[in-house]
Design a protein around this ligand. Sequence first.
Ligand code: SF4
Length: 278
Amino acid sequence: MSARAIQPRSPGDSPKLPIMPANEPLPLLKIDDETPRGALAADPPLVPTEDFLKELESESQKLESSTPQQILEYAVERFAPNFTMATAFGPEGMTIIHMLSTIAPETPIFNLDTGYQFQETLDLRERVKEKYGIEVEYKLPDTTVEQYEAMHGGPLYKTNPNQCCFDRKLRVLHEAAKGKHAWASAIRRDQSPDRAKAPIVGWDRKFQLVKVSPLANWTKKEVWSLINDEDIPYNPLHDQGYSSVGCFPCTRAVQPGEDERAGRWSGFQKTECGLHSQ
Ligand code: SF4
């Protein structure tokens, strides 16, 4: 495996940090900014009135038996050009990109480039461009990895991954979502108890915009069948035991029988970066 921009450290490189015990819950973090976010910052803003929330609930129920393609068609028709997608280039994200390439290839798609992604992940951006002509835009935090680690006396992912994900993913997504009405997420309900409650279409309170989950009802098997049938590009790390790929310091391969997301933030009480939890 390879990783970008970060040189291996020797044990003496970083100041000693108080390591948070792995079995202690990590602090929860919230955007405390009172300024409008997401769809509330759009022009015109999309406000989650009672009527609008009812509309979403009713559409979500109607879409329960629809195909992911039909769900994407609904989202594009209802929300484009204020419809966007965030991707970490996982198998589900690649599946949605493949579908959007015929339904609405002009949909703006972005990647939260924490600076800690695997090179194999970054290479997928080029493969998407070659195969579909779609340019996934990188959205970057306001500090480089070097600046961020210098500010915190070392890599924060070792001691407080919640803060690191908050600074390098969540804040960036908040910025990227500003002015959009809706975003597509690649979650499947069978991935985790947190994700099991996801509606097909619903109001995302955290990011203040409509969240559309076209693959909510799909299984891992269905995703991989389509990838194989349609020759959709995917991360080669999946062939090396990495069922879910995030940043390289916080991802390990999983053993047979382990949970699909067991390789993420292994050793911490953390299973989500915070993008898909309320
Ligand atoms: S996954 Fe790890 S390295 Fe990436 S932002 Fe979260 S804590 Fe930081």
